[in-house]
Design a protein around this ligand. Sequence first.
Ligand code: A2P
Length: 317
Amino acid sequence: MKSLQFKNKDLMPILGLGTWKLKTEEIYKTVRESINIGYRHFDCAFIYMNEKEIGSALKDAIDAGDVKREDLWITSKLWNSEHEKNVVVSALQRRLDDFGLDYLDLYLIHWPVATKRNVVFAREGSDFLNLEEIRLADTWAAMESCIEKGMTRHIGVSNFSIKKLTELLADCKIKPEVNQIELHPLFQHKKMLNYCSKKGMYITAYSPLGSRDRTPEMKATNEPDMFENPMVILMAEKYNCTPAQFLIAWAVNRGTAVIPKSTNPERLKLNFAATEIKISKKDLQQMESVNKHFRYVTGAFFEMSGSPYTVKNLWDE
Ligand code: A2P
């Protein structure tokens, strides 16, 4: 399995198991199965509401001798209600307690969006705090202290635009090492890839398969299905793989980490094997024609009457 190497020589396996939408009853089997297949990277978050269950499956795998803690890469994310600088450290401690771990490998600010402390899901505009009231730079300073306390080995962000990254880089002690964003052939983020590569940051691609298992309220009507995209089908035939495998290989061949979610043992294996597929430069170039600037996860759930957040100012587009 390829890895991305950090400045301190830590290695993040390029493929991780996405755990968003992994249901409580599916977790144990899926985590144990994926470890047996060879998965070592698990992408988690408080808001996926399943970290305790993931932690107990990891513990059993470690106790059974299937894997060592030091060979695992565990990512989690600070939720919107935890941005206050004096809350960040205790929130991470709760996360570690849930997992039953002493440290995380990577901890990310999940969204550049803040809500009041006890509001997990914002229902009305007044549930939010704007980014002048609660500055990302202050939240970041508390993230830095999580490194200093040894609670996580690396820190980064998720869903950050180039503008927000630039502001953060101008006002930090420890640079973010990862930006996790939605990334697939329908939204190729070429500028972001160039920007992050110049700044020495890695990108993790979420929803690489289009997250077709989102709940109906998180889906728009007539969303494009990447498995049906003619170019993806053509390429999958050329590389003798499934469309899903081609999508994973596309991400890996562009040097991004990728975190497809599956609960199906056969698909877990197919996704793992996809990291070995080499795509030619010419075909990567040809794939650029598929780009549509299309997001499955638009962030529209933060846009409501009285909310300081709009889809436009979220992505700075
Ligand atoms: P399942 O869990 O039944 O395998 P994303 O990673 O973009 O969030 O997408 C996850 C969705 O893609 C899930 O519905 C998952 O279903 C499906 N999926 C994962 N791997 C494959 C695959 N190799 N072929 C087809 N569908 C897949």
